[in-house]
Write a protein that binds this ligand. Structure first.
Ligand code: 15L
Length: 263
């Protein structure tokens, strides 16, 4: 049991789910977001926090033993917005962790750090990053921050390259990239409880057929996904495929590779 676990982005799509699904692993949960959320229940604390505000993040982290950092923008936006929420945000989280002796951080990275790899490649956790958007760039920066704080300050981290975490896979691409909510929770549990993780990069995917990613490099986490996109295959494949020349079909990042420019 973690005495006090900080969950950022607790009002978001995944955060709302994790608020209850991570409950068994922490005595106390501190929940933060910039958006409104349900009032604190038993063994919960709710704290409004702008991730770009270094002092506010410092106060948020104080007294916590581990952090699950889901906060920030979850899709592509103009750089200035990404800079505030994602780039400054992740640095402030790690600075807070350093200042207050937090030993472990689970960072919600994204498959969009490798989005410009082609769909016919199978990537290991140590592959070259090819971010597909400002959003992907911010997650790539976050992975570097995690690595730096491990090397420099000994803070252990897992960077979760989350595929497509939705209640169901929505389209053909997500037959490869889907991560069920149940498997997301289990992956985070493994990252919080595995004895030694240093800085581990892991792809967040369910047990899908024909995955684009190979998690052999993260086997020490002990993550065993329970779900698979297979039951949705015939339905998702009943819709026409994208044109083979469409970059969204060619590259792993799908539609993100066509994001921007914003001016
Ligand atoms: C992500 O990182 C996004 O947060 C999410 O909205 C999805 O688009 C997902 O990637 C995906 O690639 O499907």
């Amino acid at each position: 049991m973690i005495p006090r676990l900080l969950l950022t982005g607790a009002a978001g799509k995944l955060g709302r789910h994790l608020r209850s699904s991570l409950r068994p692993y922490a005595q106390q949960m501190r929940l933060s977001d910039i958006a409104a959320m349900d009032a604190a229940g038993p063994n919960e604390e709710v704290q409004f926090c702008q991730l770009a505000d270094k002092q506010a993040v410092d106060q948020l982290v104080q007294g916590c033993n581990a952090i699950v950092h889901m906060g920030g923008l979850a899709t592509d936006y103009p750089f200035e917005a990404i800079l505030e929420a994602n780039i400054k945000g992740v640095l402030h989280i790690y600075e807070g962790a350093r200042r207050h002796g937090v030993e472990r951080v689970v960072f919600a990275s994204s498959n969009h750090v490798v989005g410009f790899h082609q769909q016919d490649e199978v990537l290991g956790t140590d592959c070259l990053r090819r971010p597909d958007s400002y959003y992907g760039l911010s997650k790539s920066f976050g992975e570097d921050v995690a690595q730096f704080y491990w090397n420099r300050y000994g803070i252990q981290s897992a960077s979760l390259r989350i595929g497509s975490a939705f209640p169901e896979p929505k389209d053909r691409r997500m037959l490869h990239t889907w991560l069920s909510y149940r498997d997301l929770t289990e992956l985070i549990r493994c990252c919080l409880q595995a004895p030694q993780i240093g800085h581990t990069v892991v792809f967040g995917m369910s047990d899908n057929r024909d995955p684009w990613w190979n998690n052999a490099g993260a086997a020490h986490l002990g993550f065993k996904p329970q779900d698979s996109a297979e039951p949705y295959r015939s339905d998702r494949e009943s819709t026409p495929p994208l044109d083979p020349n469409d970059p969204a079909r060619r590259y792993q990042g799908g539609g993100f590779v066509k994001s921007g420019p914003f001016n």
